[in-house]
Design a protein. Structure first.
Length: 66
């Protein structure tokens, strides 16, 4: 379930990866390898929060890998 913060809809990593069609581990590996940039938004615990544009960027990367 997305979080609404300052008028933005934000998704947690598992939700964002499910929408993008990749696993959480794949996302983390791609960030570590430099294939994609990490997201800018984090919650108070330091957990990643994804915007819809972040998810689109991940989907585009996933589609280009196939």
């Amino acid at each position: 379930m997305p979080i609404c913060l300052e008028g933005k809809r934000l998704y947690r990593i598992s939700e964002a990866c499910a929408i993008a069609g990749i696993s959480r581990m794949t996302f983390l590996r791609w960030v570590r390898e430099g294939r994609i940039t990490d997201v800018a938004n984090r919650d108070w615990r330091g957990w990643r929060l994804f915007t819809e544009s972040d998810i689109s960027r991940i989907k585009n990367t996933a589609n280009s890998m196939q």
